[in-house]
Design a protein around this ligand. Structure first.
Ligand code: NAD
Ligand code: FES
Length: 291
């Protein structure tokens, strides 16, 4: 069993949990994910790893309540245990395999959207430990939805906050901030990495292309087994079918067919809606209950 040693609420919809999983923690690297099952025959929910501590034998997951399965995970409390935490799955970020010589002189900009900010954190931490320069753009709908501001600022050179409604930082989307940094402020980067909603990664890639900047994206496709057997996670990258669970989740953004990926991602939206238990939802801007 995989005991939750710490649970915190990061914003009205997002929880962070530190979970005992010593073997996963010992092998995890930035960019990888795991699959959680709350009960033995429960749904397998893929979640990116937001931190790992081999000494404590724990991994950290950050979950946004967006459907029946994520609400189930978020309902677990400290001291309770998940039936299964399988991982680490997928390939680590490509910089994990780079020599110090190859890394020196590289300058990264991370584009983090909403709850996708959490998996950016271990990547920034890892690059910082290698002395690599890292700027981070974090975007959210509104100030109260921003996560990981303090944690991220400990490890990055510059943190740029954006909100869609202008309640904090730059008034606009992460793509506007990226353009501003490169075109107005003259910042130079060798590599961009975008993690967040698929639509954000699509537009971050279009912006990066316009700026002549290579970009890696982390694809949160549908997943079932997470081991390359079922094909649920297939995406077209460079005109070829690739399995995000074993060959990804990170790919060259220029090569990804985002429109197809978004169509596949929404295939089961109706079924997910029907499976949702009735819960009270809160409008994050007004804090009022919505029907
Ligand atoms: P959100 O909708 O609040 O968007 C976050 C930010 O992304 C926005 O503030 C904006 O700056 C940017 N953005 C959104 N749409 C954009 C567009 N069209 N053009 C440019 N920028 C845009 O984010 P959320 O509600 O936290 O998103 C949750 C989504 O993130 C879920 O779908 C979840 O599956 C996904 N997610 C992805 C990963 C991953 O590994 N890729 C990890 C965790 C979560
Ligand atoms: Fe089944 Fe990737 S999730 S092949």
């Amino acid at each position: 069993m995989f005991r939750i040693v710490k649970k915190e609420r990061l914003n009205p919809l997002v929880y962070r949990m530190e979970v005992e999983a010593p073997m996963v923690a010992a092998a995890a690297r930035p960019g990888q994910f795991l699959i959680v099952r709350t009960e033995e025959k429960g749904e397998r929910v893929p979640l990116t790893i937001s931190d790992y501590d081999p000494d404590r034998g724990t991994v950290t997951i950050v979950t946004q309540e967006i459907g029946a399965s994520t609400e189930d995970i978020c309902s677990f409390e400290e001291g309770q245990s998940f039936a299964d935490v399988a991982g680490p799955l997928g390939m680590p970020s490509d910089f994990v395999g780079m020599s110090d010589g190859k890394l020196s002189g590289r300058r990264y900009v991370f584009i983090a959207g909403g709850v996708g900010t959490a998996p950016v954190y271990p990547q920034v931490k890892w690059l910082h430990s290698k002395g690599v320069a890292v700027d981070v753009i974090v975007g959210a709908k509104t100030s109260s939805m921003l996560i990981y501001k303090e944690e991220m600022s400990r490890y990055c050179d510059n943190l740029y906050i954006c909100t869609d409604d202008g309640s904090e930082g730059f008034h606009g989307m992460v793509t506007g901030m990226l353009e501003n940094l490169v075109q107005e402020q003259g910042k130079r980067y060798t590599q961009a990495v975008a993690i967040g909603p698929m639509i954000m990664m699509k537009f971050a890639t279009l912006t990066a292309r316009k700026l002549g900047l290579p970009i890696i994206v982390s694809l949160n496709t549908l997943m079932v087994d997470g081991t390359g057997m079922c094909g649920a996670c297939r995406v077209t990258v460079g005109g070829k079918t690739r399995f995000a669970c074993v060959e990804g989740p990170e790919f060259d953004g220029y090569e990804v067919d985002f429109d197809e990926a978004m169509r596949r991602q929404s295939m089961y939206r109706q079924e997910e809606k029907e499976a949702e238990p009735h819960v009270c939802k809160i409008d994050i801007r007004t804090k009022n209950q919505v029907k």
